[in-house]
Each structure stands twice: as structure tokens, then as C-alpha cells.
Design a protein around this ligand. Sequence first.
Ligand SMILES: Cc1ncc(COP(=O)(O)O)c(C=O)c1O
Length: 428
Amino acid sequence: MMPMTKRQFLGSAGGLAATLLPFAAFERAFAQVAAVAPADLARDEAFWESIRRQYVVTRDFIQLENGYYSLASEPVLDAYVRHVRDVNAQSSFYMRTKQVDDKLAVRRALARMLGCPAEELIVTRNTTEALDTVISGFDWKPGDEAVMAEQDYGSMLDMFKLQARRHGMVNRIVSVPLQPASDDEIVALYEGAITPKTRLLMVCHMINITGQILPIGKIVAMAHRRGVQVMVDGSHTFAQLDFRIADLGGCDYYGSSLHKWLGAPLGSGILHVRRDRISGLWPIYGDASFADDDIRKLNHTGTHPAATDLAIHDAIAFHETIGSARKMARLRHLQRYWTGKVRGVERIVVNTPDAVERSCAIANVGIEGITPADLARTLLDKYRIFTVAIDGAGVRGVRVTPHVFTTSRELDALIAALRELAGHGARV
Ligand SMILES: Cc1ncc(COP(=O)(O)O)c(C=O)c1O
């Protein structure tokens, strides 16, 4: 079962041709702007309006909560349905004769994107499965320590708490400042929590509640100097930021979800484990057929939706047509477009750093005197704008996450709503 070709992309989108941009036209659109710098293209509203025609986005409200998961484009969705049908038609024949080779092919494709050998990467169902495999796979001894931040994702923090209960290890929790003065401040914060007993440091590549990007390379260098391994929560960064694993300073583990920024079907993720760290992890599920230093020992989750793996190829093809650098530039532009118009306005608090390199698509905004829950509810009920309330870990506001199909007009509606709610009239 081969991944979709460009021709099939076109064919498969045919039923919706009246509203959708055919894939060939989509490819041509990007070919025509090959010489345009990503930062310049990012400001070309007409161009990105045409890209929106690859997506069927709800008209019921303005979708600014694309951080939970982002909808697949129509060509990817179409291909996915076709893979579901093909696998279903062949059923156990597919599973017995093709599944293993296809799995290897998708691992190779994802490893190419991340810039690591396929032997260091497995396909998981999501970031949670990826990172919890590492946290629970560690050979914790009583008194061992781990370092993490209160702004990390709740499921991972809970998994560390479980290890503390089970093995008597100890978790040390730092709090990342909303507006850091420098990379050094953040590195020093993590370093201050390391003791001779620290074995693992978890750090978000991008903090999900604020969108803040952390200086991973510098944190990894510091931790490795202190003999501490680093697990990077890259839930939001694979296919949002333009980077390769080598840019993360040789981190030991990296996990991400593909249903977030790659636009792959729900229930797809990756785990990267540096080759020399594989044998040190205990698998969650038993599988005696792989050697201790074979990463596939961590991937035995039983019979699973194989069509999802196949559609990852289609999501990669779609993503690479846009191009990582162009996508990142557009996402960053959208975020800075709206935050730039409300930052500094009385009563409006942007909980995301202003420095360009410290954020991309995601940002968080609060209004003094309005609870995050009320703000999110009012934005939806009164202005038909969907965001998510964040109230914890020092962050009070709503998380706003545009995607490549978001238009500046939609962001203008957000800006006007925020200004009105803060008592400044609706002027943009
Ligand atoms: C920072 C972070 N880590 C991990 C996760 C878990 O991702 P998933 O639910 O896809 O496993 C999320 C989900 O939003 C997240 O924001």
C-alpha cells in the first residue's frame, strides 16, 4: 500500500473541487513563490487565503484553538479515508504481509524530517505515549531526582508523580518566568534545581499554555555537563518550528504529536531516543523479539489503526509542499500581527514573550479584571471566537493559536473583541 502520489492527491480531492484548490494548483502556487523570502510571503494575505482552500474549516466560529490538534487538510483527510478502506479490504492479509514494511517506511520518512536515523525513532499514538514511555521506562532508584517545570504538561507531571509514589524518586519543580530577560536566566533556573542525584530533566521545547520557546540547546549543554539526561517535550514543535534534532544540542529523548502541527490523523506521534539511551529504558509492554538496544522494543502497543501510519506520508507531502520555513514564518507572523496590536494596551496582558525567537504560532492573553474562564466564554458567546482558558502555573488568560488557514481578518475580529472587552472600543 503506497503512500498517496501527488496525482492521487488531486484525484482524491475531486469530489470537493468546487470549493477546494486542487493539489496541483496548490503545488504550483508554492512553486511560483519559491524565490520569495518566507518572511515576505508570510505577509501576503491573498496567497494564504488561497492556501485556506485546502482545508474545510468550520464557519460556526473563528477557530483559534488549533493547539489541541489541528485539522488535517482535505487532501490528507481524503487519502486517510482511502487508506482506511484499503486496509479494511485486505484486513489480516495487510497486517501479516505489509504492515511491518510500511511501518519502517513511515519511520524512515519521519526520521528524515527530524534528521535522525530511523533506528532512533518510533511512531507512537501521541506525545503522551512517547514521553510516558521514557518516564516510566527509567530504572528509577529511591532518592533519584528529576527536574521539570510547573508549566509542563499535566500528564507528564502526573507520570513523574506516579514514579515518585512507586519508586521513591523525587521531583524538583521550577517555574519558568513569563518574560525571561535572557537565555542564561532560564538555563540558570534549571541548573539551580540539579543536584548530584538528578538523573533526568524534562523541558518543553514550547510551553503549551503560553507558547514560549525555550533555549533547548543551551539547557541540554548545561545538563549534560552536569551528567543529567534531557527529555524534550516537543508536542507543539514538530512541523511548527523549522528545526532538526541536531539543533536541540544532542538531547537524549524527544517526543511529539503528529496530529498537532503536521496535520496527520488523530492518534499519531513520534518518540526519538538517542541510540545510546535505548538499552537503558524498560518497555511498558513486553516484546521479547527485539534486542535491548532496538528501539522497536518500546513500540509494542498491539494491533492498532495501521491506516493512520499510511496517512502520515500524505501529511508529510502536504507539509513539505508548504515548506517548514514558510509555515513557521506565516505562523509567527500571524501571532505577532495580533499580539502586536494589543500588547501594551491598558488592562490587556500578553503572557508570551515579545522577542521574536521566543514564540511562534501560540500566544496567551488576559484582561485584568476578567477571569480566563469568563474571557474564553465571552469570546465564544459574544464574538464567536474559540480559544481556551488557561488559569494556573502563573498564567491567567486564554491561549490563542492560529494556523496556516487563519486569515488576518479573523485576527482583526479577535483584536477588536479584546479591545472592546478591555474598555477601549473596537477600533483595530
Ligand atoms: C506540552 C504538551 N505536552 C504533551 C501534550 C500531550 O499531547 P497528546 O495529547 O497529543 O499526547 C500536550 C497536549 O496538548 C502538550 O501541550
